[in-house]
Design a protein around this ligand. Structure first.
Ligand SMILES: [Zn+2]
Length: 178
């Protein structure tokens, strides 16, 4: 199925040519399959003819729809060969994939928010579970030490009181001796 020159139906081969601009230049998801890893091979019209990579379109009209394009289109030239691989998607799915694509791009645009993986979250939780008993242990130890300090303070006050009484007694004894 070759396609016409209708611009609205064109796949995202601006991406394949490396000439896309801004956020629309990026595929919202990594390719699961290398664009060249498909069989049987589809050849473009170059001389000699070459295997055409199979890309995913992220255009507004055909998001998620796969197509072949001339491998030299990546360098900005080539024979201009372009051919759809997938039939047009039902509008519902096409709109849905388009919305998901926009949402992924929107999230990627928030540069200050690094993506957090499930693994990272689980690792943090595991570390917390490991650290939590240690914290409780330290809190208990702190309570014990505080109680000891309070007891020592009480003892110290008693000793100071006894010393003061003793000194007072000595001084008073000396005063009365004269
Ligand atoms: Zn070509």
């Amino acid at each position: 199925m070759s396609w016409s020159n209708c611009e609205s139906s064109a796949p995202g081969f601006r991406g394949a040519s490396g000439r896309r601009r801004g956020t629309e230049a990026r595929s919202p998801v990594p390719y699961r399959q290398n664009p060249m890893a498909y069989e049987p091979e589809v050849l473009c019209h170059c001389n000699p003819r070459r295997k055409a990579p199979r890309w995913i379109s992220w255009s507004r009209a055909n998001p998620g729809r796969r197509y072949y394009s001339c491998v030299n289109a990546m360098n900005g030239d080539g024979c201009g060969f372009v051919q759809w691989y997938d039939s047009p998607l039902p509008k519902f799915f096409s709109d849905l994939i388009g919305d998901l694509r926009d949402e992924v791009w929107r999230l990627h645009g928030q540069d200050n928010v690094p993506p957090v993986s499930v693994e990272q979250v689980e690792e943090c939780r595991d570390q917390f579970v490991l650290v939590e008993p240690t914290v409780k242990d330290l809190q208990d130890q702190l309570k014990e030490k505080s109680a000891e300090i309070a007891a020592l303070k009480g003892k110290f006050e008693k000793v100071v009181f006894i010393v003061l009484v003793f000194v007072f007694g000595v001084v008073a004894g000396k005063l009365f001796a004269f």
